[in-house]
Design a protein around this ligand. Structure first.
Ligand SMILES: Cc1ncc(C[n+]2csc(CCOP(=O)(O)OP(=O)(O)O)c2C)c(N)n1
Ligand SMILES: [Mg+2]
Length: 801
């Protein structure tokens, strides 16, 4: 029952029609699960994880879910997706087969296992749809509880839209913040830290979030007694219950097989969250898993006979059926007719999905077979080629691997024949057509991707004074906040004191607590706030206080943010800016520069390493014009250094993917980035004194790196290369070396062995001496370069040691 319907009187017939419609839907969903399992067991699909046993509460949730609302859930929610009209039977099976056409599998175009749901926030060109006209689901991920941080941000967006002035025009994203964000999670996954972190943060922030826990007492084979204190998440969260004059939650419990109670509970929860912006936790108890956890295993191994018998009796669908009969809403015969019809519909849908999945592949198979037969006719290897062609033709339901493998094997047989060109051309054509189905949209393909932006240099008054560099950042943020009402920043100490280095000094006073905010010490959900809000049209800047603490957030960056655009084949985006500060300062946890770890964990997010605050501010200005997520690492030891104040604050732009030559030279190219550059510059000065002229290149951005291949142009001139950074040996320096030598083919121009110079393998020790003996020093760089030149010109540069 929708809110409107409960307020007006509805007739018994209307009511009956609605509940029977619900039953039908649940039954269709159940049949999908049953048939889905068979598809896996007969080899048509690789893996299946289904929503059987959790259908009825999802019907109730769907009734309370309105246009503009967002779901952030997990793999059990097929019934909900069907009930809100976002998943058809055919789409369910297309997902199971891994159909790579987004028209058939709108959830992920075959990129994710079935059961990972999503709706389309963007059109095919990457432009926003009107999210308030549709029911929205953020794209699921497999790591359990990984949906939680994002949920917080999805809910917080409503609070921002309701309370921040200047966003009145953003009607495609919100109607006065009335949207609820709906979370779902399994009982066992509430054991994850991300769950507790999110629950606490949502209680503090008081955001419209309705959190459902589907409790079936198990997490795969592990019983609740090993998962949850007192075996009950609602019991242990009791302290979160709001009381008179406190913030907190409304906590509700309900049996997952009790249809009328569920409907009522969800209506109540929605009203509280939507109207009051108070979070609600619904502990849905006594759910079951009729087919066990997934297709890889059977639950008879770990559930005893009593439990299995109880599950059969309390199966929510069986209980709903009983309720319908006991309340004279349907006869046994009526329900049996519905059951039969559901079965048939699902079978038909499955068949249609399979046909649609195999048809294009079969066409590709036929095309290659006929090409191979033509080739064979004029080939010395006729017999062998025909054998390949016949084998391929005999596969009844081929996959693309079998097609392309055959083509590539035959190519070797005709390498010296005239037919080669046709086959090679076909392979190239086929690869160009098929590869994007698996590899597109790691980054934005819209006209707002980072590579479309062009540099704008900072401009200065002739009399421009040098100021503390943090002031350049601060004044630039000021312009960003006034220019973009959708921009907001939050993090530990970012609000009241204006961040630990005062790059935001005075900003909270000027722009208010909602836009410039202090956050709890909880990096993963700071990230999640950013992801969720960016998915709803805001431009959040999530601040992680120090680079060393990014580790707390990197899982969510890697699993959620970095994969979002890819895993939806470009239909969802979160243009989140992550601001942090790092590299060199003091001690083990305030001096790290784990750039290799970062760039390898977050492909899909841009990684920007400005050498000073003007460069950093320029990156923020660039990013505000793009639609992609990025991490910006400011130099921790650079805030008090002097920089000139530009006159075009908010307008100058540091380009992304472009290196900068900061000193020209002829003897060796040194590539570096961030804080290390100042040390490199010092060493270069000293090297020049002994006649060694270094060219210094600032990488500026590690992902993407040097799209114009300027580094190799430099090596073509100097013929020598040294990469210097503060990461561990073999970290980001190895990546840069690979890019320059392998990708840019720098080896063609080298007269000396290309080398790297990094920190020691251990974490940096405390104090000035700790820094000197842990990180590359000016002397280290001098001597490394000197040794390279010594090897080439030993007479002129005798060995130092
Ligand atoms: C971080 C993480 N650890 C382990 C897994 C493997 N795994 C997948 S589902 C699951 C059990 C989840 O149980 P629960 O949260 O109760 O959900 P249910 O499947 O019972 O609905 C586990 C351990 C995972 N996906 N992610
Ligand atoms: Mg469970």
């Amino acid at each position: 029952m929708t809110e409107a319907q409960t307020k007006t009187e509805i007739t018994f017939d209307d009511f009956k029609a609605e509940v029977l419609n619900d039953y039908t839907l649940a039954k269709i969903s159940r049949e999908c699960s049953l048939l889905g399992r068979k598809e896996v067991l007969t080899g048509k699909a690789k893996f299946g994880i289904f929503g059987d046993g959790k259908e009825v509460p999802q019907l109730a949730m769907a009734k309370a879910f309105q246009n503009g609302d967002f779901r952030s859930g997990y793999y059990r929610d097929q019934t909900f997706m069907m009930a809100v009209g976002q998943l058809s039977i055919e789409q369910f099976f297309a997902g199971l087969y891994g159909h790579t056409d987004i028209a058939h599998d709108p959830m992920s175009a075959g990129r994710q296992m079935g059961g990972h749901f999503a709706t389309h926030s963007l059109d095919e060109n990457g432009n926003w749809n009107n999210l308030t006209n549709q029911k929205n689901s953020s794209a699921d991920i497999s790591p359990t509880a990984g949906q939680m941080p994002r949920l917080l941000g999805l809910a917080q967006a409503s609070k921002i839209y309701r309370n921040v002035r200047g966003l009145e025009e953003f009607t495609n994203f919100s109607q006065n913040g009335n949207e609820v964000a709906w979370g779902t999670i399994g009982n066992a996954s509430t054991s994850e830290g991300l769950f507790f972190e999110t629950i606490n943060a949502a209680g503090v922030l008081q955001v419209p979030m309705v959190m459902s826990v589907w409790d079936d007492e198990y997490g795969i084979s592990v019983h609740a007694r090993y998962q949850t204190t007192k075996e009950s998440i609602s019991e242990i969260l009791k302290g979160f219950q709001r009381e008179k004059d406190t913030n907190g939650y409304e906590i509700m419990t309900v049996k997952g097989w009790d249809y009328p109670a569920l409907v009522e509970t969800y209506q109540k929860a929605a009203a509280i969250a939507r109207e009051e912006h108070v979070p609600v936790l619904i502990h849905v108890q006594e759910l079951t898993q009729p087919q066990g956890h997934s297709t890889s295993g059977s639950h008879e191994r770990y559930k005893n006979a009593d439990r299995l018998a109880w599950e059969a009796e309390y199966d929510c669908l069986a209980q709903m059926r009983l309720w319908l009969i006991n309340n004279n809403l349907a006869s046994k015969e009526e329900l049996e007719a519905i059951d039969e019809k559901a079965k048939k519909e699902v079978l038909d849908g499955k068949r249609a999905a399979w046909m649609a999945f195999v048809a294009p592949i079969k066409a590709e198979q036929n095309e290659l077979v006929s090409l191979l037969n033509t080739l064979a006719a004029s080939s010395a290897n006729k017999v062998f080629i025909e054998k390949h062609a016949t084998e391929l033709a005999s596969i009844k339901e081929p996959i693309r691997k079998e097609i392309i493998t055959t083509a590539r094997k035959v190519l070797r047989l005709v390498v010296a024949e005239s037919g080669k060109a046709d086959l090679a051309a076909w392979i190239t054509m086929y690869t160009n057509k098929i590869q994007p189905k698996f590899s597109s949209h790691l980054f934005s393909q819209s006209d707002k991707n980072v590579l479309q932006t062009s540099a704008v240099a900072p401009t200065y008054d002739a009399t421009a004074e040098e100021v503390d560099a943090r002031l350049v950042l601060r004044d630039n943020f000021d312009v960003i906040f006034s220019k973009y009402p959708e921009a907001l920043i939050f993090g530990e100490d970012s609000g009241n004191i204006g961040d630990v280095n005062q790059g935001l000094e005075g900003m909270q006073e000027k722009y208010g607590e909602l836009r410039v905010s202090d956050a709890g010490i909880r990096e993963a959900t700071i990230l999640g706030q950013g992801i969720g809000m960016a998915m709803r049209g805001l431009r959040p800047i999530a601040e992680i206080q120090y680079l060393d603490y990014l580790l707390y957030a990197i899982q969510i960056m890697s699993d959620d943010l970095a994969t979002l655009h890819y895993r939806t084949q470009g239909r969802q985006k979160a243009p989140l800016i992550i601001r942090t500060r790092g590299h060199r300062l003091e001690g083990v946890w305030h001096s790290g520069s784990p750039m290799g770890m970062i760039i390898n964990a977050i492909r899909g997010i841009h990684v920007l390493v400005p050498r000073n605050m003007t460069k950093a501010a320029g990156f923020y200005n660039t990013l505000m014009e793009t639609d992609e997520p990025a991490l910006v690492i400011e130099c921790l030891n650079g805030y008090r250094l002097k920089e000139k104040m530009p006159t075009n604050l908010g307008a100058f732009k540091t380009p992304i993917g472009v290196v900068e030559t900061i000193k020209e030279g002829s003897d060796i190219t040194i590539v570096s980035y961030g804080s290390t550059l100042r040390v490199v510059e010092q060493a270069a000065k000293e090297l020049l004194e002994v006649g060694i002229d270094c060219e210094i290149i600032d990488a500026q951005t590690l992902l993407p790196f040097d799209v114009n291949h300027d580094c190799v142009k430099s090596i073509a001139k100097t013929n020598r290369l040294l990469v210097v950074d503060e990461d561990v040996p073999g970290g980001a320096s190895a990546y840069l070396l690979q890019q320059i030598i392998d990708e840019q083919k720098g080896y063609n121009h080298l007269d000396s062995q290309p080398q790297t110079l990094a920190s020691k393998a251990h974490r940096p020790a405390y104090g000035t001496d700790g820094d000197y003996f842990s990180k590359p020093s000016s002397e280290d760089i001098f001597e490394k370069v000197y040794a390279i030149i010594h090897e080439a010109k030993p007479e002129q540069y005798p060995s130092l040691y």
